[in-house]
Design a protein around this ligand. Structure first.
Ligand code: BGC
Length: 716
């Protein structure tokens, strides 16, 4: 078989095309190399580009199962996940480039979810910063570190809206809100992909899990999802769409079914919505064995059937099912899948490789010197520390916090001295050895830690493996032994500041009564120990705000801020026939948007520029926010809107804007929001998207429960 050196690849391919006497087709791609390749590839070589396998993993580092290397050598596997480091990826790339007929480089993918080597807070924590530029920067740093380790593709951002705290993967997303989730999704795509995909410090993003994976029945991972098209479009699709609009090059199908059709064979999602409506022109990859799983779903008779269904529904790349590898050829020969369909998939994948510059230099991401220089730098760690502190949410404070440096304090709890738990799930290539200190270690650096002290920092929550994939829980309280510890400490008369590490909204009804302070620290990452101490001792004034509602008890779930009013809203505490529980109030324990500070903020009444607006006009709503405390602090000023009467019912509140303002003690600032047609738009009764005339309320305040409101009208 003829082998072509990588350096001259593009030119050689064109010559090869000419020498093979191929018909000269008009180029279909903006990358000539893609057209050249397409014109000479055999059916087997094309199919090979649609196949994604994993390398094998051992405790000491990456290794490769022989057969996968053999698959690459035989042109049967065009992309690989779970292989990194400059040296290891170079070794594998050499096989693809130098030992296959066409020398098409491998695309290396990995789950770079909240950092690669420098680990940032888990995504749910990140979202609580409401700091979009910081979130983008974290993705930028992750891409720099990962791209220097031979990677070109991350399986992020995870854009799954969720109101399901039982679901362990709520930790991987940005919470319950589609507006905030969309801003975060787009920021992460920008951070990963930068301005130039061919630069040696960018990755292509992968928008996942498409779609509505965050709404599994009962909160059980991988479970059935069913919702109306209206609900899907209004609350679940916006973040995926925002990420696609930000230019994401790939999308991953989700494990769940939707309306009876598994996402992996769902042409409505992949073709009609993603490609036709949103204009997505990148490639769609399956989730891990997602094509194969359609047999269990009861949707495909066998693996060949599954391959046919997926390819015909617009799914371009098969991760780990070996369905395309083993069955596409026969399906094409029998006419059940057309070669034109396969060609589209292959072209999209090759275009991504071309955009990354892999055909110009397949080894451009494999430079050990760069890898060393860019990884876990002091700058990256400093940012990880401040970003982690920003993600933490102060849920309660009776005045015990901030603690004074030098004042003796006891640090207790099963997570107090754990470095491992700081990293959370999907920790990329983050290593415990790279974590400088646990919470205990960080506290010891600033104050004597004394076992018998009257003040206690109690670090409790969930071990990291209790959230993430396949980590659903039917009880969202922290473990009983830990709650008992808190009870005992309170009985002994201690002042207790609880520091929580966990990956989901929890039922904290007991802790919220007992503890003197509660700091939700999530899994804060490599520098999380220091970041917790920074907040506890007042180096940093906490500014995180919840992006997922915390229920009073699991029985309230789902509970979120954009619920509908119902025909019998709960307004009378004693009334029976209202939409309520007999044994608990409707209000959550901590609403969406909630979070305390070491200072306090006061809001003026809302001022409107007019009583209403019409058509493409706008309305300005403003408030004056004053820092009424004695130290500088950052407030997240939030705008919610309610459409009082619609052609379909509307939520009681929807987040429509926010602004973070940092104010010195005594300082006031006017914060303005502009409301326009888009602010009021939704899927109307006929499913057209736009506003309706009528009366509205807007709310501006520090969380979704704020009473600060004003009325206005809109005329279409
Ligand atoms: C997860 C994805 C992940 C993929 C590759 C799957 O199990 O659902 O989120 O990207 O594995 O690791």
């Amino acid at each position: 078989m003829k082998r072509i050196p990588a350096s001259a690849l593009a030119l050689a391919l064109m010559l090869l095309a000419a020498s093979c006497g191929q018909k000269k087709e008009a180029p279909k791609s903006k990358y000539p190399v893609v057209d050249s390749l397409m014109s000479v590839m055999t059916l087997e070589e094309k199919i090979g580009q649609t196949v994604l396998f994993t390398s094998d993993w051992t405790v000491t580092g990456p290794s490769m199962r022989d057969n996968y290397l053999e698959d690459i050598r035989a042109g049967r596997c065009g992309s690989l996940l779970n292989a990194y480091t400059a040296d290891f990826t170079r070794e594998i790339q050499r096989v693809a480039v130098e030992q296959t007929r066409l020398g098409i480089p491998i695309l290396f993918g990995y789950d770079v979810i909240h950092g690669f080597r420098t680990i940032f807070p888990i995504n749910l924590g990140m979202s609580c910063s409401w700091d979009i530029p910081a979130i983008e920067r974290s993705a930028r740093i992750a891409a720099e570190e990962a791209a220097a380790a031979g990677l070109q593709w991350t399986y992020s951002p995870m854009c799954d809206i969720s109101v399901e705290p039982r679901w362990g993967r709520i930790s991987e997303g940005s919470g319950e809100d589609p507006y905030l989730g969309s801003l975060i999704a787009a920021a992460m795509v920008r951070g990963y992909q930068g301005d130039d995909l061919a630069a040696d410090n960018t990755l292509i993003a992968c928008v996942k899990h498409f779609a509505a994976y965050g709404a599994p029945q009962g909160g059980r991972d991988y479970n059935t999802v069913d919702m109306s098209e209206r609900w899907l479009r209004e609350f679940y699709l916006p973040p995926y769409k925002a990420a696609v609009e930000a230019g994401a090059v790939s999308v991953m199908a989700s494990f769940n079914e939707l309306d009876g059709v598994p996402a992996h064979a769902n042409a409505h999602l992949m073709e009609e919505i993603l490609r036709d409506e949103w204009g997505f022109d990148g490639f769609v990859v399956s989730d891990y064995t997602g094509i194969l799983e359609m047999i269990n779903h009861g949707y495909a008779a066998d693996l060949s059937d599954a391959a046919r269904l997926s390819m015909n529904a617009g799914l371009d790349m098969d991760m780990m099912s070996a369905a395309y590898m083993n069955h596409l050829k026969q399906l094409i020969e029998s006419g059940e899948v057309s070669e034109a369909t396969l060609d589209k998939a292959v072209r999209r994948i090759l275009e991504a490789k071309a955009a990354l510059g892999l055909f110009d230099d397949p080894y451009r991401y494999c430079d050990p010197e760069r890898e060393k220089a860019r990884t876990l730098t002091e700058e990256n760690k400093a940012f990880a520390r401040s970003f982690a502190a920003e993600s933490m949410v102060l849920l309660k404070n009776d005045g015990i916090l901030p603690l004074k440096k030098g004042e003796p304090v006891a640090v207790l709890g099963p997570l107090a001295d754990s470095k491992d738990d700081l990293l959370g799930s999907w920790r990329g290539a983050g290593e415990v050895e790279a974590v400088p200190v646990s919470v205990l270690g960080a506290v010891k650096e600033v104050t004597p830690v004394a076992a018998g002290a009257g003040k206690v920092i109690l670090v409790i929550g969930e071990p990291w493996s209790w959230s993430g994939e396949a980590a659903s829980r039917s009880d969202i309280r922290i473990p009983e032994e830990q709650r008992e510890l808190l009870r005992q400490l309170k009985k002994a008369g201690k002042k207790v500041a609880v520091v929580l590490m966990n990956g989901r909204p929890l039922d904290l009804s007991e802790e919220s009564e007992l503890a003197d302070a509660i700091l939700e620290a999530w899994y804060p990452g490599t520098m999380g120990g220091y970041a917790v101490a920074d907040v506890l001792f007042g180096e940093v004034n906490p500014s995180g705000r919840l992006t997922a509602t915390f229920p009073r008890r699991l029985g309230q779930v789902p509970v979120y801020h954009y619920m509908k009013n119902t025909g019998r809203p709960y307004v009378h505490p004693e009334a029976k026939y209202e939409s309520r529980y007999l044994d608990v109030v409707n209000e959550p324990l901590y609403p969406f948007g909630y979070g305390l500070s070491y200072t306090s903020f006061d809001y003026s009444a809302i001022r409107l520029s007019a009583d209403g607006f019409s058509g493409d006009g706008s309305l300005t709503a403003s408030v004056t926010v004053t820092n009424t405390g004695s130290r500088e602090g950052t407030e997240t000023v939030q705008l919610y809107v309610r459409d009082l009467v619609g052609s379909v019912t509307r939520p009681v509140r929807q987040l429509k804007g926010f602004e973070r303002v940092t104010l010195a003690p005594g300082e006031s600032r006017e914060v303005r929001f502009t409301l326009d047609r888009e602010t009021l738009s939704f899927y109307r009764a006929d499913m057209s998207y736009g506003p309706e005339s009528g009366d509205f309320l807007l709310f501006i305040g520090s969380d979704a429960a704020t009473p600060n409101s004003a009325a206005f009208t809109y005329e279409i």
